[in-house]
Design a protein around this ligand. Structure first.
Ligand code: GLY
Ligand code: MN
Ligand code: MN
Length: 438
């Protein structure tokens, strides 16, 4: 089905959610502010604009500043679109698209004209957005009310068929970039040149990617949030880790691959981690606990460490001793959608009741029960991180590790493999593999 076919049901679902929360909170309307450009200190330039996710949930206007949605859950939603008369900047005309007919559209040419569109008495109107000072100046009392946000964030985990299609497209775009990046790595390019190859293939600028790409050669792959881009090539290309996504209509993909330059032990380790990763994906099903899946993966990584000779003890002993987190220090994954780390991951219900992750797993980004129509990343990793290894070496468990085997792997950095999955009632849909990324 095309986006145009899927869109009406998406809007109806959002209307229904709005109606429910407005009735529950005794409100008349949600007033969603797209946001405004943030100026650099003492400068006349702005930071890259990032639209309010509540705004882009309704329609794919990711560059619309000073624009508004007024939603009462039963009337046609009102879009107040800002289109200034400006000879300095490109003025983005309202696109003619499948979503136009679903909005009652008003164009304003001055940002302050929103004042004339909103009622004078804003009792019952809740402002949803980033700019508290704008809301206060306009006279809103109700600004980002917590129960409203909790309700909307809880339900945002359930992706409509339209959203799922956007995320398939976002995966397909990112996969083009990953294929180009792999080729650039095998051609011996620098991190900087690989990044350029990725951006070119995805037709994204740096600011359009959903997060700063991680493009890491050799030992840089062990730096979890490595965003430097070396302009010079290393003496030898050994390994390559790329964590890079794409944006389609405001929906993110978030994909990681790791490659070896030669067929060696590290290449075998990647193959084994790929197997482990797909096994973790198979564990996603409605009713499953993501926390349990994370813990099971922990134990699995212990088995890989044992198989490859990195341990002097068995996987269970290593697990009991808590040393797996030296090699796998982050969570198995997270909800994905309008935001890369999508909201709602810790909520037990639509009131936002928080579910803590287990104390030993503080970096896990979701504790929620897995359900149909939720979208997740699954991204196990196995790294050789100097600082964490130094801590382990200085600990009482140092003799559980075969240090010679570990030291051999340090120049390769580490491995992460990350796919994006829709959980359906009867099966999982791996959008990343379906888009033909091995
Ligand atoms: N790229 C961010 C993440 O994988 O969570
Ligand atoms: Mn990622
Ligand atoms: Mn991720």
């Amino acid at each position: 089905m095309t986006l145009a076919n899927l869109y009406p049901a998406h809007v109806s679902e959002l209307q229904q959610r709005a109606q429910n929360v407005l009735a529950r909170e005794n409100l008349d309307a949600l007033v969603i502010h797209s946001g405004k450009e943030l100026k650099v200190f003492l400068d006349d330039m702005s930071y890259p604009f990032k639209v309010n996710p509540h705004f882009k949930h309704w329609l794919p206007l990711v560059e619309a500043t000073n624009s508004w949605l007024i939603i009462n859950g039963s009337d046609k939603p009102k879009l107040v679109y800002y289109q200034p008369v400006d000879f300095w900047h490109k003025v983005i005309a309202l696109p003619d698209s499948y979503w136009n007919a679903f909005f009652d559209i008003t164009v304003i040419t001055k940002a302050t004209d929103i004042e004339q569109v909103l009622p004078y008495d804003k009792k019952g109107y809740a402002y949803l957005g980033e700019h508290i000072e704008v809301a206060q100046a306009l006279g809103f009392d109700s600004i980002n009310p917590e129960p409203v946000l909790s309700y909307l964030h809880y339900h945002r985990a359930y992706k409509t068929a339209y959203e799922q299609e956007c995320m398939r497209k976002s995966n397909a775009i990112a996969v083009k970039g990953h294929i180009a990046a792999k080729q650039a790595f095998l051609a011996g390019e620098t991190e900087f040149a690989i990044q350029q190859a990725y951006l070119k293939a995805t037709e994204h600028t740096d600011n359009q990617t959903p997060y700063g790409n991680i493009v890491a050669l050799n030992e840089n792959s062990a730096i979890l949030h490595y965003t430097a881009l070396e302009r010079t090539a290393p003496a030898a290309h050994k390994s390559f880790l790329i964590d890079a996504g794409a944006n389609f209509h405001g929906y993110a993909s978030d994909i990681t691959r790791t490659y070896a330059f030669e067929q060696n032990k590290f290449a075998d380790l990647i193959k084994r981690m790929d197997q482990l990763m797909l096994n973790a994906v198979a564990g996603l099903k409605p009713g499953a606990s993501y926390v349990d899946l994370h813990i099971a993966t922990y134990l699995d990584i212990g088995r890989v460490l044992q198989e490859f000779g990195f341990l002097t003890v068995d996987a269970d002993t290593a697990y009991e001793a808590g040393i797996i987190s030296t090699f796998f220090p982050h969570g198995l994954g997270h909800h994905l959608g309008l935001q890369t780390h999508d909201v709602g991951g810790f909520m037990a219900d639509e009131r936002g009741t928080h579910v803590n992750t287990p104390e030993q797993h503080p970096f896990l980004r979701t504790s929620r029960v897995v359900e149909t129509n939720q979208v997740f990343t699954i991204e196990p990793g196995l790294y050789f991180i100097d600082s964490l290894l130094a801590d382990l070496k200085a600990s009482a468990h140092a003799d559980m590790v075969n240090w010679q085997s570990v030291d051999e792997m340090r120049p390769y950095g580490g491995i992460r493999i990350e796919d994006n999955i829709i959980v359906h009632q009867s099966h999982n849909e791996n959008m990343t593999r379906d888009a033909k990324l091995d």
